[in-house]
Design a protein around this ligand. Structure first.
Ligand SMILES: [Fe+2]
Length: 210
């Protein structure tokens, strides 16, 4: 990503990847999936001298969203895909897994209602709607980097056990398989990878090979 520095902070008891994209020029930051551990994220932002201006959520599961309200201020803009917007407000089965459920959270500022290109502040990116893990799961694409949430992992794919749909997930993975070009892939858990590696070696992807 030209002009952007990328950092990863691991948050929550599920070791969720929270990513920080910092504009070198302005020091403004976009944070993807602040799921927990606000203190850890803030410490990272402070250490790199960045201010959080945008928060993007790949989906509405608790380990990706619970630190949103701690992190945001009046100037921060929060984006989520429309089919997961309700997860900012409604408690679900996950509430029993964590000591404290902060929902209802404040409303999102930007609700993505279609795929395509968006610009929030100085950050430009593409949104791909990838339902399956949740109905409103999406992938954010910044230049040559793809943030895949819990849809695509290195060597694996997201589960459909928590409110997901297997047919939808398969269709989303097929679309990612056929997404033109190669990308660095930064998933919601575990290590980064590339789309070409996943097309070759991920059992959930390589079955789409013709
Ligand atoms: Fe998830």
């Amino acid at each position: 990503m030209v002009g952007i520095e990328l950092y990863r902070v691991t948050v929550s008891q599920l070791a969720t990847n929270c990513y920080i994209l910092k504009q070198k020029r302005t020091r403004n930051a976009l944070v993807i999936d602040p799921g927990a551990d606000y203190g850890k994220i803030k410490e990272k932002l402070d250490s790199i001298n960045a201010a959080c201006k945008v928060i993007l959520l790949t989906h509405g599961h608790f380990d990706h969203i619970f630190a949103v309200d701690d992190l945001r201020n009046k100037l921060t803009r929060v984006g989520i895909y429309k089919d997961d917007e309700h997860m900012l407000y409604e408690k679900d089965v996950f509430s029993t897994m964590v000591p404290y459920d902060p929902r209802p959270l404040y409303p999102a500022d930007v609700v993505f209602d279609h795929e395509g290109r968006y610009k929030i502040d100085e950050f430009e990116f593409n949104v791909i709607h990838t339902p399956g893990h949740t109905r409103g799961s999406c992938v954010y694409v910044f230049e040559d980097c793809m943030f895949t949430g819990d849809t695509l992992f290195r060597g694996a794919a997201g589960t459909v056990l928590f409110g997901g749909d297997e047919d939808e997930l398969n269709e989303s993975l097929r679309r990612l398989y056929n997404y033109p070009g190669d990308y660095a892939v930064f998933p919601g858990h575990d290590a980064p990878t590339t789309l070409s590696d996943e097309r070759e070696s991920n059992p959930y992807m390589r079955r789409f090979k013709r």
